[in-house]
Design a protein around this ligand. Sequence first.
Ligand SMILES: CC(=O)SCCNC(=O)CCNC(=O)[C@H](O)C(C)(C)COP(=O)(O)OP(=O)(O)OC[C@H]1O[C@@H](n2cnc3c(N)ncnc32)[C@H](O)[C@@H]1OP(=O)(O)O
Ligand SMILES: O=C(O)CCC(=O)C(=O)O
Length: 388
Amino acid sequence: MNDRQNAFGTDPLHPKLLDTTLRDGEQMAGVALTPDEKVAIAQLLDAIGVPEIEVGVAAMGGEEAVAITTLVNSSLNAELLGWNRARISDLAASFDCGLQRVHISLPVSEVQIAAKFGGDRQRLWQQLEESLTFARDRSQFISVGAEDASRADPEFLLAVAKTAQRLGAQRFRFCDTLGILDPFQMMEQVQPLVDSLDIPVEVHTHDDLGMATANALAGLRAGAKVVDVTVNGIGERAGNAALEEVVVAMRRLQDWDFGIDSRQLLQLSQAVQQFTHPGPLPPWKAIVGENVFTHESGIHADGILKNPQTYEPFPPQWLGTQHQIGIGKHSGRRAIAACLERHQLSLTPTSPHYQQSLLDAVRVRATQLKRGLGADEVLALASASPPS
Ligand SMILES: CC(=O)SCCNC(=O)CCNC(=O)[C@H](O)C(C)(C)COP(=O)(O)OP(=O)(O)OC[C@H]1O[C@@H](n2cnc3c(N)ncnc32)[C@H](O)[C@@H]1OP(=O)(O)O
Ligand SMILES: O=C(O)CCC(=O)C(=O)O
């Protein structure tokens, strides 16, 4: 990473990642990780350079507490954080697991305060104070999270943040819990917190409107110093900002790599996929999908063969991979010629009839199979209709 000034200025406290695959990621409906799987994911996160991992909810007890205790004792480099409601019993459960860094969450929107605290703000202030006082004497680090902050009254949100800071919180998490903001609104809402607090602001975004990653980047642009992510973007409902997207987008857009070894992102993504939703990821999934560096359309394949920069947003080498030229319904002559050339066959430029008949055969076959063709299938079609 060079030292050039970017959108984050020259502040030495560059933004950091907090991975919450093991907490919010696991909250995705149907996901249930064993302690061993949680440890395996944490080790992979650690290996690629993630500096902070939200490990789970100790108040759940049982295997979740076992997993958290095992993680605490597993000598990871990453700092670990345990998620808690603003309740002493939750915090006690985290401390029983050996956690020394805790997160305390409070609902801050009218609708959530009504549902969770019977609309009693006094109760909210009291639980904030009680839980922070309890945690302060027993922990090394406390962050406070404002659940549903994006729907909260901004003055009330700021009052909660300042109170949390005064009572000893060392970081404040702004949550777009329902994923309802756009990046402009995200900046407008996060900026005042950054400007008014002495402690760092963290942003937590959801993908309900497909804007989790964009909003995460907007939060950073507004001055947040920590951004929450999950591998493959898993999480509640439509998921969270995806670790791989935030890392690669920030490298591409701001020349900031978070200290992450992006060549290990594919392996991490595949491991998490197997533990959470066995089966393939959607091939078009940004950054880690199988098709992200596969070019089929004739015009694109032609461009890539002439100069990869024509159609690659960033070099596949960032992910330790290479581009592929796919052959299918949208192929053009140049891609088919390149495929044949790789197998010492030539698509004679002077026989346009042959070229067109092979292209037609590829299109028919790909449409029948509803997929791209392998080189062997292209060669079989070529030998079935030899140059006339
Ligand atoms: C936006 C988010 O991601 S929030 C995090 C969500 N994560 C989870 O829910 C983790 C998994 N959860 C669980 O295992 C369970 O819900 C537990 C162990 C946390 C609690 O289980 P239960 O005691 O059975 O409570 P239940 O889940 O039914 O209800 C939640 C309770 O917490 C209260 N609550 C919710 N958020 C908070 C908060 N931030 N601070 C204090 N209390 C809260 C609710 O009002 C409700 O209280 P009530 O029982 O007095 O009505
Ligand atoms: O940490 C918090 O306060 C809540 C985090 C969360 O998962 C959310 O708001 O979506």
